[in-house]
Design a protein around this ligand. Structure first.
Ligand SMILES: NC(=O)c1ccc[n+]([C@@H]2O[C@H](COP(=O)([O-])OP(=O)(O)OC[C@H]3O[C@@H](n4cnc5c(N)ncnc54)[C@H](O)[C@@H]3O)[C@@H](O)[C@H]2O)c1
Ligand SMILES: O=c1ccn([C@@H]2O[C@H](COP(=O)(O)OP(=O)(O)O[C@H]3O[C@H](CO)[C@@H](O)[C@H](O)[C@H]3O)[C@@H](O)[C@H]2O)c(=O)[nH]1
Length: 456
């Protein structure tokens, strides 16, 4: 099929490259000239494992363009994957989605059937609104009765750091459509994924035991809600275990053991029970806020979602308070922070818990040194104006420091020589904010070790 993808962020570029690899003719559009320049050279503007290799494997099926109007002329399916950032009241801002839809409607050839699928995470009712926007433009062009655009909701569930895996081997594909033709078009678009009739990219073998993903066909409103409800549920699962972790510290239990024991019950499941600094990223914080804003519009309260956000924000402060207690205050102390991305495997620092901890420490007078394997440039921009020292080498970072916080569990940190690190610290205090290290091993290496929800 001829496909246009609007927005080449984590979602748009991954989807575009995957669909091109699967044999569709894909044009990805972005309004950011700097991103386009990189893309045309085969470079990805975002750090996502395997993405550049996939772009290269997609070859001529994958093209890039600056203007939507030209890129959509021959498109059968148009995927909108632009950002939906939070407004100051928490509501998701859909202006970029609407602007993209308007441009699409201005560029479509008349007399054709097109499907416009909204992949961006949008508040309930947005698909309805996008349909109106599109219809108005078509009518103004005088082609309203000759051109059909089926607007469908097709929420995205990929996780950064595993984006390609999630795209080729999804748990489900959700399509919310008013007309069955809309579902049919997306079924054709995703056919090879739904039936797994493709040769996996060499670096992305099909997981053993992976079964065919269901296509969940529903109405657009429910599809929009599935996305928000899923993210809110995952976020609250993490907040729940973090709340339990706090009590574990008081009563002498180990939250990693508790999570292991809980997770074996299939009704609970073992995923998203890792206690730590809490959740961040471009989705959970924004989407839980948007859910609350939606509820407020309807004079409805969502105490569970509110509490999960509260617990999450408290978690950052608890970490700093632990340090304050151990060091007898952080003012004037030299503190190293390992990891700045909101999770391993990405250079994304949006709403990163690590950056929040850095900000609180700086606010409270600590001298903070930081390191991340890939997110240093983005972190530098996000922390602009704060007095923070950036280090390229974790061993140099700890030299003479009084405490070390592990804020993002990059696998490479697991392989650091703990004894060598402790040896150059002024006071070897390790606050393992992601329970990455084995407490016993860390203590043997000379550290005063503190994890999350592990009292020992
Ligand atoms: N990042 C994720 O893991 C993830 C996962 C699932 C869903 N989502 C949702 O998907 C959407 C996109 O997220 P993202 O992280 O990929 O965003 P992003 O900010 O990384 O990228 C969005 C891109 O859209 C481009 N853009 C904006 N308006 C445009 C226009 N009119 N024409 C052309 N390009 C335009 C921007 O320049 C930017 O490159 C959001 O709604 C997000 O909530 C994100
Ligand atoms: O047990 C866990 C799991 C995750 N996290 C944290 O939770 C945040 C989000 O992690 P993850 O869900 O892996 O990353 P995202 O890329 O933000 O993906 C979420 O948000 C996307 C955007 O909507 C959805 O598409 C995905 O399904 C959803 O998992 C990160 O800060 C993690 O450190 C924990 O603290 N403990």
């Amino acid at each position: 099929m001829n496909v246009t993808v609007i927005g080449t962020g984590y979602v748009g570029l991954t989807t575009g490259a995957a669909l091109a690899y699967l044999g569709h003719r894909v044009t990805c559009v972005d309004k950011d000239p700097a991103k386009l320049e990189l893309l045309c050279r085969g470079k990805s503007p975002v750090h996502e494992q395997g993405l550049e290799e996939l772009m290269s494997l997609a070859g001529r099926n994958l093209n890039f363009a600056h203007r939507i109007q030209e890129a959509v002329k021959d498109a059968e399916v148009i995927l909108v994957a632009v950002g939906t950032p939070a407004k100051s009241n928490g509501e998701a801002d859909t202006q970029y989605v609407e602007a993209a839809a308007r441009e699409v409607a201005e560029g479509l050839k008349k007399g054709r059937l097109h499907c416009l699928a909204v992949k961006s995470t949008v508040p309930v009712g947005t698909n309805r609104r996008v349909s109106q926007v599109v219809r108005r433009v078509l009518e103004a062009r005088g082609v309203g009765d000759k051109t059909t655009i089926l607007v469908v909701s097709n929420p995205e569930f990929l996780r950064e750091g595993r984006a390609l895996h999630c795209t080729f081997y999804p748990d489900r594909i959700v399509v919310g459509a008013e007309q069955p033709e809309g579902v049919d078009m997306l079924r054709r678009l995703y056919q090879r994924i739904l039936e797994q009739t493709f040769d996996p990219p060499p670096f992305l073998p099909r997981p053993e035991g992976y079964s065919l993903p269901p296509l969940v066909s529903t109405d657009p409103t429910s599809a929009e809600m599935i996305k928000y409800a899923s993210n809110a549920f995952l976020a609250l699962k993490i907040s729940f275990i973090n709340e339990i972790a706090g009590l574990c510290e008081k009563v002498g239990a180990d939250v990693t053991e508790v999570a292991r024991g809980m997770g074996l019950d299939p009704r609970i499941g073992s995923g998203f029970l890792a206690a730590g600094l809490g959740w961040g990223g471009s989705c959970f914080p924004k989407d839980t806020a948007a859910l609350l804003a939606m509820a407020e519009e309807h004079a409805y309260t969502m105490p569970i979602v509110s509490a999960s956000r509260e617990v999450n924000s408290r978690q950052r402060y608890r970490i700093v308070e632990k340090l304050q207690e151990t060091l007898k205050g952080v003012r004037g102390r030299v503190i190293g922070v390992l990891g700045l991305a909101f999770k391993p495997g990405t250079d994304d620092v949006r709403e990163s818990p690590a950056l929040d901890v850095v900000r609180i420490l700086v606010e409270r007078g600590a001298h903070v040194r930081v390191h991340d394997p890939v997110a240093m440039d983005n972190a530098r921009r996000a922390l602009e104006g704060l007095e923070v020292e950036f280090f390229r080498d974790p061993y140099a970072l700890v030299s003479g420091a009084e405490a070390l916080v592990l804020a993002t569990e990059w696998p490479e940190y697991r392989h650091l020589d703990l004894a060598r690190l402790a040896g150059t610290m002024c006071t070897p205090v390790l606050l393992d904010g992601r329970n990455l290290f084995d407490p016993e091993e860390a203590r043997r290496a000379g550290w005063t070790y503190m994890g999350i929800g592990r009292w020992a």
